[in-house]
Design a protein around this ligand. Sequence first.
Ligand code: MG
Ligand code: ZN
Length: 365
Amino acid sequence: MKKASLLLSASLLFIFSSCVSVQVKDNNLSSTSSSKKPKNIILLIGDGMGLSQVSSSLFFNDQPSNFERFSTIGLIKTASSSDVITDSAAGATAFASGIKTYNGAIGVNNDTIPVPTLLEEVSKKGLSTGLIATSSIVHATPASFYAHVKLRRQYEDIAAFMPTSEVDFFAGGGQKFFNNRKDGRDLYSELESNGFQVYTDKLPTTISEKKEAILLAEDGMPKKIDGRGDFLPNAAQLALEKLAKSEEGFFLMIEGSQIDWGGHSNEADYLIGELIDFDKTIGVALDYAKINEETLVIVTADHETGGFTLASDDGDYNKLNPTFSTGGHSSTMVPVFAKGPGAEFFNGIYENTEIYTKMKQLLLE
Ligand code: MG
Ligand code: ZN
């Protein structure tokens, strides 16, 4: 088949599958409303994490893979409203707000109108909220949960949403978007006057009575293979300690941001280092949920990056040669793992927007 016709059939398929998914609602919660619902949700997003990335946790890990601890597995379709292949902004906005929007959009719809996010909605009902990323906290994935801008590159505009946001705990990089801004605003003092304790040196060992703002790098955090240490699992642990104090429950999003960056740069060591770090962080979430049984843990990805595959090394089936087919994203479906009350609703094949719908039904309806 010629390239052009392949492309055409891909877009036809895309349109067809979009139509079908509107009608098929077998997995809807309303038919099984007697099921137990969680008080807390921990959503872990592996940016750019397809099935080969997940498989790395079996072959390049000196610990058992935490992915194997899940009871329910699903697959999501990740296209955005503008493109068959999504970017992280549209992908995260689908999770955060349940809408298909254009690549580049942060918390806004196709007409660039702000849409409410799950984080904002659950906060209004009294739940505590947290965001953790290994990118800057203004990068597309975390940004889509608290900011509303037309284009993902508006980093300083995104940061300006944080002081008055519904976020109670955040940790990641991105200092320069808060304290070295073109408009001269000092967002550290704005965070403080809005009830945040600001940390810019290292992760605190104990939590304060205030909200926590933890910014530990100018922009993105260092790579795992360059000495980031246990920032991600430790920040997750700290956030859980903080958010567990909420009587009403909590919503915590944790992103393994740089799995995507290792994919973009086609560096297997970088990617696998990030994936193993993310796996360890999943372990922290699952250990918490094991003791605190009202907690649902969901792990998914916004899209796959790199066309990554664990190929054989020149036909030697005992040797893995991690290989990439693109420097960008791919359209392959990405997995969803769930464990805890409501996990069964994440079974099946469905649109990425349903991650939002299901979480909302479980926490708010
Ligand atoms: Mg991201
Ligand atoms: Zn990417």
